[in-house]
Design a protein around this ligand. Sequence first.
Ligand code: HDD
Length: 713
Amino acid sequence: MKSNTDKSTAKSKVAGTDTLDRQNSSEKIQQLDEFKSDATGQALRTNQGVKVADDLNSLKAGVRGSTLLEDFILREKITHFDHERIPERIVHARGSAAHGYFQSYKNHSELTKAEFLQDPTKQTPVFVRFSTVQGPRGSADTVRDVRGFSVKFYTDEGNYDLVGNNIPVFFIQDAIKFPDLVHAVKPEPHNEIPTGQSAHDTFWDFISLTPESAHMVMWQMSDRAIPRNLHSMQGFGVHTFRFINSKGKGRFVKFHWKPLQGVVSLVWDEAQKIAGKDPDFHRRDLWDTIESGHYPEWELGVQVIEEEDEHKFDFDILDATKIIPEELVPITPLGKMILNRNPDNFFAETEQVAFCPAHIVPGIDFSNDPLLQGRLFSYTDTQLSRLGGPNFHEIPINRPVCPFHNHQRDGIHRNTINKGQASYHPNSIDGNWPQETPPAAAQGGFESYQERIDGHKIRQRSPSFSDHFSQARLFFHSLSKPEQQHVINAYSFELGKVQRPWIRERTVNEILANIDLELAQKVALNIGVEPPTKGTVEVPEVNLQPAPSLSQMSFLPKDIKARKISVLVSNGVNADTVEDILNWALKEMAVVKLVGPSPAPVKTSKGEMLKVDAAMDSMPSIMFDAVVVVDGDDIADMQQNGEGLHYLLETYKHLKPLVLLGEHAQLLEQLRLTPDEGTLSGNSFADVQDQLKQGLLKHRVWAREPLAKMVPA
Ligand code: HDD
């Protein structure tokens, strides 16, 4: 299928893009290229192809007269503009996406016949969209929220969508509660407040009346819900799915994405400030990271559960509010995903991409998880109103890379021109084409897994879904002390914004006290509720030991690739030190920005002018992982700069490595900051570079946290 793009279009590429096009192309990108339009060197025309002579003035009855209805150029332009918007996604409206590919480590045919998991030399194109859940399209990136993690694999056997989150469990067990959950968390209906937040009465009202949400909400109140960037997040398929191999053997699987960059988060104060200073923080970071060639990578793996082990756990594997700890069932690595290309057009790709958990390929199948079963319906349904009809699969980003033919016809926005007379099956007019394909190991027809079902038609929750607290407790007990404190702080913050006292009390007494009494008591004291002395339900004793894999501390980065360092320079700066830092960063593949008091160049100690990347107010410390103040012969410039001092206070407060070179070391005392392993000083950068790297690898100086609370920044 070709677009209306003039094939003779003059190609004028920005320097470097051509190389990128060649290097990071894929079958899918080549397919998308067919639809791309480049106006360089082209005449401005109407949508009907008529060349426009004047695009500045409408047609009027006299230069000062009224505009004429016959002005088809004006009408076409305005009409199109009037209809430019489509409904945003009902949830996950704010998102950012990238192209890349998935490559299997080896042939996994024993587990699944899915072809993209067979050939280790095959690169399957992917399009990945990350999202927040609550806020609208224009909301801030760094709000406390679950993050969506959707991957569309364009396999040779059709599109496979793994539509997951960065949290391995979900709020509810049955899809019938999804509209209630979303209504409760979304801005309240009377005043459309708050945006991008769950800290309000209706959310906590619902949550405190829905104990099955206890586990998920613990994750949401943890650092997982304020990721440092989109490429430092784990991803999870959440539900139990099935793999089926070519012999027809089925096994249950749970999908995991592990970022090779490590799992790191923001601190809460930082997240809130970034939301104001740079609402596009995550989107920008993903874009810049890919543009700079630091392609993010994830490992895909599965926990495999043999069918005969389905009932061997203390929980039900069909219950989406439960994890299977990795310590119980280790993850089998399947392959690697690399994101190496930004989209060309946000609307055409990121906004119009339509994911659906029902998009599966032979070798993968669903389980009876009642949350998953409801999702199988909802996603295609929502695209009908969002993308305006049943032909959204023809939108370039949604097309499979393999051919697709069937007897579905017509409908709004149909592009395909189906030839032939017979749009039904069976037929004898068109040779009975297109024909069915029997199931086979590869390129075979899809066959649902033949599961024996024997039951009553019944509207009831399985009793095996009834323990809502032991895994919430497991999660809390598996966190490090700083992470636990953040959970306490987050509950206190969120419930502190809840106006109705009975909702605060119910959350503390009927949810938190059943998870962990100390947690409940600490939160209670923080929000002015009587601390409980016991829970309200008997939580079963289950065989679950604290699981280190639930703590982010188990996934610290192994290198400092793409980590961001602010290098503060002012007049009198030592240019040699700047050079040393830049060379070191290049070697480590870290990103350095030279930040000055203003966007103007600063004068080095040698009297040369040094260009800066940005001023302090446009690149505040909250955008970086560490800050270095370069030595120089005019430290007064920094000592008397309120904004600069605030920059350093914030760096310290947010537990980041802070390097003060030369006489700048005095600033620590001036700011009354207690030195620790993250405050580094020396006469040259070489003195501190290794410690700085170690600090970045640890991500934060957690031991500083109690002191940092007192820093007025
Ligand atoms: Fe959903 C979007 C993830 C339960 C109904 N969901 C959506 C997206 C993600 C998830 C990542 C954004 C897709 C994109 O980037 O376009 N949803 C989940 C996960 C769930 C889950 C991990 C539980 C394990 N969702 C869920 C239920 C329902 C929906 C139970 C309804 C019964 N979800 C939708 C939706 C959305 C959606 C309304 C909005 C836009 C869209 O589908 O395409 O259909």
